[in-house]
Design a protein around this ligand. Structure first.
Ligand SMILES: NC(=O)c1ccc[n+]([C@@H]2O[C@H](COP(=O)([O-])OP(=O)(O)OC[C@H]3O[C@@H](n4cnc5c(N)ncnc54)[C@H](O)[C@@H]3O)[C@@H](O)[C@H]2O)c1
Length: 414
């Protein structure tokens, strides 16, 4: 669609929301969405937005034209489309903006949308660089708009309940989070040919190149970092990490596996590992506390409790030489009782069927836009994981333990 047709379509949509047309509309306050970045996540988000009563899509912006027909198909209507986010933001029929462009574009897109004064649902990670993360928070605070980050697991009922129980002390003091997201696949997307100058390769496979991607740690690990931040009640202080290209020697410049260790205050830690050649452990995390552990997966959460510590050695207590657990000798060194992995069923968090956290998070965003409540996964939540992703990505290249800055005091804002 050319610019004139795009702007004419804006007046048609305005007509469609005239008092006459509204008479037949449902009683909920309409929310008309503009979308910047209509690729795979943008389309998934749009599908979920359209399941929320009263939500319509006014227009999309994407620089890759094949997206336009894909969006028309999913919406079942011709959606005005443009390659210019300025044109999208100049429409009068956009009440809220979804931003699902690649992470390296988030700062430009979020800042422009914030300046237009609309509420924003911004996909994770918040920003690409430390500076981008800072600038996005500055602008969102300056514009005083609603901003929700795409950390949908904050809205998953079993995750919310597990974190609530952890925070009230059910596993004692949480000290370590061990997280992984493993897959078996090269993380590559098909690219149409011919592709002179590999322009489409870089547009479509932006995740594989350092200039545009934070690698597995950002694309996958940002969710785990966010959950660890939530559990520990703060962002990490520093990170060290490593990565390599182990299997997919195909020109990519980010690792096909990554391991990072995030240091929180008081010696608490998150370790994150991601493999792309073996999916066995999937996407999950374990939270370890002084009195128990929790396994959180993308469908459930299960609590396990430690045995009471009754075997503390005392000076006059004989040191046992042989320890047998469940018929197996576990060792003869000092106090090794309880080292067999616990394999019981645990205590599952019962919050009903898993459902879809993306739908839950989007429904909550729409309610916030309608003024029904505030935002849980706000821009500060986004900053605390986003900045950790940015620094962790640099740290796997440098190999250095690297401090993670806090959001600078916004008192200096104009
Ligand atoms: N919350 C989640 O669970 C989740 C899941 C997947 C992806 N994501 C995030 O969503 C974002 C998009 O990921 P994706 O998988 O949809 O990527 P994608 O490549 O499928 O889609 C990105 C779209 O943005 C378009 N685009 C690129 N540059 C643009 C520009 N300058 N202006 C306008 N459009 C532009 C591309 O053409 C593409 O259609 C990323 O930040 C990613 O981390 C979040």
């Amino acid at each position: 669609m050319n610019r004139r047709a795009f702007l004419e379509a804006a007046s048609l949509t305005a007509l469609a929301s005239s008092p006459l047309a509204r008479a037949a509309a449902p009683a909920v306050k309409p929310v008309r969405l503009g979308v910047i970045g209509a690729g795979s996540r943008g389309q998934e988000d749009m599908r979920q937005f359209l399941r929320v009563p009263g939500v319509t899509i006014s227009a999309i912006c994407d620089i890759y034209p094949p997206r336009y027909a894909q969006v028309n198909r999913l919406a079942g209507a011709e959606i005005p489309a443009t390659a210019s986010y300025t044109d999208l933001l100049s429409r009068h029929d956009v009440d809220a903006v979804l931003i699902a462009s690649p992470v390296s574009c988030h700062a430009e897109h979020v800042i422009a949308a914030a300046r237009s004064g609309r509420p924003i649902l911004g996909e994770k990670a918040l920003g690409f660089t430390v500076e981008d993360n800072q600038k996005i928070v500055d602008e969102v605070l300056r514009a005083k708009i609603l901003f929700q980050i795409g950390h949908e697991y904050r809205y998953a009922p079993w995750v919310k309940e597990a974190v609530r129980r952890i925070c009230r002390g059910d596993i004692g003091k949480p000290t370590h989070v061990e997280a992984c997201w493993n897959r078996n696949g090269d993380w590559r997307r098909a690219v149409p040919s011919p592709d002179p100058g590999q322009k489409l390769e870089h547009l479509i496979n932006w995740r594989l190149y350092r200039e545009t991607s934070g690698g597995l740690g950002t694309e996958l690990g940002s969710h785990h970092i966010d959950l660890a931040n939530w559990i520990f009640g703060e962002q990490p202080e520093s990170v060290l990490g490593t990565h390599s290209i182990c299997i997919y020697h195909d020109g990519r410049t980010v690792g096909d596996n990554v391991q990072s260790v995030f240091q929180y205050s008081g010696g608490r830690r998150l370790t994150f590992s991601s493999l792309t050649d073996n999916a066995k452990s999937g996407n999950q995390l374990w939270v370890y506390g002084t009195e128990g552990s929790v396994q959180i997966t993308i469908e459930d959460a299960t609590f396990f409790y430690e045995k009471k510590r009754s075997n503390q050695p005392t000076a006059d207590k004989p040191i046992s030489k042989t320890i047998v657990e469940r018929g197996v000798v576990t060792g003869a060194s000092y106090s090794t009782a309880g080292e067999m992995p616990y394999r019981g069923p645990g205590e599952r968090v019962e919050t009903g069927p898993a459902g879809d956290p993306t739908l839950d998070s989007i429904r909550s965003f729409v309610e916030a836009v309608r003024g029904e409540h505030g935002i849980d996964a706000d821009v500060h939540v986004g900053f605390r994981s986003g900045v950790a992703c940015s620094v962790a990505h640099d740290a796997v290249f440098s190999g250095n333990r690297t401090p993670i800055p806090k959001y600078r005091d916004s008192a200096s804002l104009a």
